[in-house]
Design a protein around this ligand. Structure first.
Ligand code: FEO
Length: 176
């Protein structure tokens, strides 16, 4: 048995895929940060607060995978680059449409990873990833609910202000 196998419970293939997922979560964190800053600058204070919090959550997801890799005897690398980050948006609705698309992209990446682990009998990582599978259901549901607000509340007049508030209230588990 070589040294690497003695040191790390995870296979090289799984380590590469987990590193890629670290980058996905990092990218998601930076994208939410860019959205938060745009919303902040436009004075959508509740949406900005929600998006800043989402950015932190994505960072937490990234760290969760990094800790898992390191605890298993691997070496998780800090992500160094981001790709395709959008800084400006035509409307608040566009921000939340983009947020949903990004969450769907993350869900797909997680499912691909889970599928690989199942097929290749990487049972530890398969088990570890179940938390992310459940988390993505929640994240997509939240993203859809936020987008629904733009259909439920007319955007004319103070509508956008009401939508912004509703995003904030819903994020805190309160009714509007
Ligand atoms: Fe870490 Fe929203 O996925």
């Amino acid at each position: 048995m070589n040294d690497k196998k003695l040191k790390c419970i995870l296979g090289e293939d799984v380590l590469v895929l987990l590193q890629a997922q670290i980058e996905v979560e990092y990218n998601a964190s930076v994208q939410y940060l860019a959205m938060a800053s745009w919303a902040d600058a436009q004075k959508y204070m509740y949406a900005a607060s929600f998006l800043y919090k989402q950015s932190e959550e994505e960072r937490h997801h990234m760290l969760k995978i990094m800790h898992y890799v390191n605890n298993a005897g691997g070496h998780a690398l800090a992500p160094k680059t981001t790709t395709g980050i959008l800084d400006t948006f035509s409307s608040l609705k566009e921000v939340f449409l983009q947020a949903l698309q990004n969450e769907m992209h993350t869900t797909k990446a997680i499912h691909t990873l889970v599928d690989y682990c199942l097929v290749h009998k990487s049972f530890a990582t398969f088990g570890f990833l179940q938390w992310f599978v459940t988390e993505q259901i929640e994240e997509e549901a939240t993203a859809r609910r936020n987008l629904d607000l733009f259909d439920l509340i007319p955007q004319e007049g103070i509508g956008l202000y009401e939508i912004d508030k509703a995003i904030g209230f819903a994020a805190n588990g309160k009714s509007v």
